[in-house]
Design a protein around this ligand. Structure first.
Ligand SMILES: C[S@@+](CC[C@H](N)C(=O)[O-])C[C@H]1O[C@@H](n2cnc3c(N)ncnc32)[C@H](O)[C@@H]1O
Length: 373
């Protein structure tokens, strides 16, 4: 079945020839009129196609706020400390952080969101209406240099376009997107960009015949740009990911789509109506952080980080609140607290959101306590 975006792409391919899968993925997710993340429809959270950690429970943002405060201390408690959040989704993370900070850190904190979709920005403004100090930009190019602060992106790396290569008869070939009878179809051809082979060499990737690998050139550029924006502080990237060696052990690759119908493995069908994700390559991300001048910490597991940031203590507080609500016969309140305790469990569950990992790129700061596992 075709839709407006697939019709546009078929016309473009008829005119200009096939495009590398990475160019297709960029269109499917970010084409201005029809891209999955451009239309501004809710994608994360209960109204969307998947639930992210900040949308599951404000505890995630509240715990990270403690980590932010430790990084602020490590930069010498400056009077102005900026957090820039990239791809903020529904704005729940920012709301949770800003609602939980207090004292001198709260006074120092400035919070900027990088959101490309005007419709999503409107929804974030509504979520954040009690926090008039938040400001928005539409692109990383508008940020300018951050003197002291943090740049954070939760589940953004896995949405950056990837080239896909396969090894056939001893040669690396790339997956391109062509068209046949008005339908988008995959084609194998030579790599579109010499840096694809450079990436494989840089990160010691060697493939067996028939196996597939995702090449995240866009992620490398993104990471270098983030480090370049920061003088003192931390770049924090949270995502599903694996090392190059682990990814080589997955000959089918890691690309997955999400839509209202659930997960699938058909990225060329219904472009713009489904998310397309692939695992972050931590080997490539770490070496891009390092090459850009940051000290690399991690990747560390989400469970371990949240425990360091006080997850167990937060659970104890909720348990006491739950007991009090039960004693007072406030049944609805007790159920609400119980579901928050279950959300804490889900944030740390290694089979679910707890399987996310975080990599840090530190600029001119000593790693604070919570990063030392
Ligand atoms: C899976 S959503 C994550 C949303 C949110 N961080 C959360 O955890 O709920 C990924 C978001 O990253 C955004 N994104 C991807 N690349 C971006 C870039 N270069 N600049 C700004 N946003 C970007 C997408 O538009 C999308 O809104």
């Amino acid at each position: 079945m075709s839709n407006a975006l697939s019709t546009q792409l078929v016309e473009r391919i008829r005119r200009d020839g096939p495009m590398p899968f990475a160019a297709y993925m960029a269109q499917a997710l970010y084409s201005p009129d029809h891209g999955y993340y451009s239309t501004g429809k809710a994608r994360t959270g209960w109204a969307g196609h998947f639930v992210t950690s900040p949308e599951l429970d404000p505890a995630f943002g509240a715990l990270w706020a403690r980590g932010f405060s430790e990084i602020w201390e490590a930069t010498g408690t400056p009077d102005v400390f900026e957090v820039v959040e990239i791809g903020p989704g529904e704005g729940g993370f920012a709301a949770a952080v800003l609602s939980s900070v207090t004292g001198p850190f709260a006074r120092a904190l400035r919070y900027r969101l990088v959101e490309r979709s005007p419709v999503a920005t409107q929804r974030q403004r509504e979520t954040l209406k009690d926090h008039p100090e938040v400001t928005w930009v539409t692109s990383l190019n508008e940020i300018g240099r951050i003197d002291q602060g943090i740049i954070i992106a939760n589940e953004v790396l896995d949405n950056l376009p990837v080239h896909i290569v396969e090894q056939h008869a001893g040669h690396i070939q790339e997956i391109w997107v062509g068209e046949k009878d008005g339908r988008l179809v995959p084609l194998l051809n030579v790599p579109s960009n010499p840096d694809i082979l450079g990436f494989l060499t840089r990160h010691n990737v060697s493939l067996r015949n028939g196996s597939r690998f995702e090449v995240g050139l866009a992620a490398e550029t993104f990471v270098r740009q983030l480090v370049g924006l920061l003088n003192w502080g931390a770049v924090i990237l949270i995502d599903y990911g694996a090392t190059s060696a682990e990814l080589m052990a997955r000959p089918e690759g890691t690309l997955v789509c999400y839509s209202s119908a659930g997960p699938d493995a058909s990225p060329l069908e219904q472009p713009g109506e489904k998310d397309i994700t692939s695992h972050a390559n931590w080997t490539a991300v770490a070496s891009a952080l390092d090459a850009a001048g940051a000290e690399v910490i991690g990747p560390l597991g989400q469970r371990d980080i949240l425990v360091k940031l006080g997850l167990a203590e937060m659970d104890l507080v909720l348990r006491e609140e739950h007991n009090k609500a039960m004693l007072k016969g406030k049944g609805a309140e007790a159920v609400r607290i119980l579901s928050r305790r279950q959300a804490l469990g889900a944030l740390a569950d290694p089979g679910g959101l707890g399987g996310l990992q975080t990599i840090f790129g530190l600029k001119e700061v000593v790693a604070p306590r919570f990063m030392r596992l």
